[in-house]
Design a binder for this molecule. Structure first.
Ligand SMILES: Nc1ncnc2c1ncn2[C@@H]1O[C@H](COP(=O)(O)OP(=O)(O)OP(=O)(O)O)[C@@H](O)[C@H]1O
Length: 293
């Protein structure tokens, strides 16, 4: 699949703002971003539910709508209205029947971990169960590509684990998987490749390790104790500055130099130096340097 200079705007909001992207067959890719970053809009373009205002989006070498019509794509989107009075098995069978070479329904239910719910009515399921039914619907056609928009949003820890196991088994069969998430840990644990999107732009593309390395370093935190944040971005080593309550968090690629400079300023109350975590890496990629508060 590819995006070439893709733009999608809603009024003045550029939800997708010039994205260039290639994803190969068999990759498991996470689309990572905060609320409103542009993940769902990217997915809509990919599925042909929306047209780009500029640029192009291609899926299996043609327009997304053609790939979807040919049954090559399965999707699990955030909002799907429950269909009353049908059972899980009926619903998944119905979806499978619209594809040229579907999985046996029992396999789709098994893969999604809901074999035991087959006879239950879909409008009487818990949020987590309904989520897994949507996953079974996405798998049902045995598509080459499966697209999952925040697939674990309604799941508890146990169900999440089961979900990722299922997703992995599906990916191991050689299928391409693209999922969106807010959680870097999830992306790192379950994707070969992470695309970080912020304000509609791709700000990083690589493995979890690569992301950590590219924005690594340390975090130096201290109590502001009422002082301002002016000039902190200019201190040696400092890459970005964030303020949480009365604490300043400086991301630095030279913590020794940063700490020495802070000491000279007398700004060492509650000083801490910790290695940047994956979450810090994500913050650094998607938060903007604060000059002042
Ligand atoms: N149909 C629409 N009309 C107007 N604005 C929209 C529409 N769809 C999305 N937007 C705006 O485009 C931006 C990107 O939204 P999008 O839903 O793609 O983000 P997201 O990363 O999926 O967020 P979330 O994690 O909250 O689902 C947001 O500012 C959103 O308000």
């Amino acid at each position: 699949m590819s995006f070439t200079g893709a733009v999608k705007a809603f009024g003045t909001v550029r939800a997708v703002d010039g994205v260039d992207l290639e994803i190969g067959r068999g990759e498991t890719v996470a689309l990572l971003g905060r609320n409103g970053a542009g993940k769902s809009t990217t997915i809509s373009l990919l599925l042909g539910l929306d047209e780009p205002d500029e640029g192009t989006v291609a899926l299996f070498g043609g327009p997304p709508s053609a790939a979807v019509r040919a049954g090559r794509v399965g999707a699990m989107l955030q909002e799907t209205r429950p269909v009353p009075r049908v059972t899980v098995r009926e619903l998944v069978s119905f979806v499978a029947g619209r594809y040229p070479a579907p999985l046996p329904v029992a396999d789709a239910l098994e893969l999604a971990g809901i074999a035991d719910l087959a006879g239950r009515r879909v409008d009487r399921l818990s949020g987590g169960q309904a989520q897994r039914v949507r996953f079974a619907m996405a798998l049902a056609g045995n598509p080459d590509l499966i697209v999952l928009d925040e697939p674990t949003a309604a799941l508890d820890v146990e169900a999440r684990r089961a979900f990722w196991d299922s997703m992995r088994s599906y990916a191991r069969r050689g299928h391409t998987v693209l999922f969106s998430t807010h959680y870097l840990e999830e992306a790192d644990a379950h994707a070969d490749r992470i695309l970080v999107i912020d304000h509609g732009r791709l700000v990083a593309d690589g493995t979890g390790e690569q992301l950590k390395r590219s924005v690594g370093g340390n975090l130096v935190a201290f109590d502001l104790a009422g002082r301002g944040t002016e000039g902190l971005t200019l201190l040696p080593g400092v890459v970005s500055v964030e303020v949480r309550g009365d604490r300043a968090l400086l991301r630095t690629d030279d913590s020794d130099a940063t700490v020495l400079a802070l000491a000279e300023l007398g700004a060492i109350r509650g000083l801490e130096v910790v290695p940047a975590s994956l979450d810090d890496a994500f913050m650094a990629l998607t938060s903007h340097v604060l000059e002042t508060v």
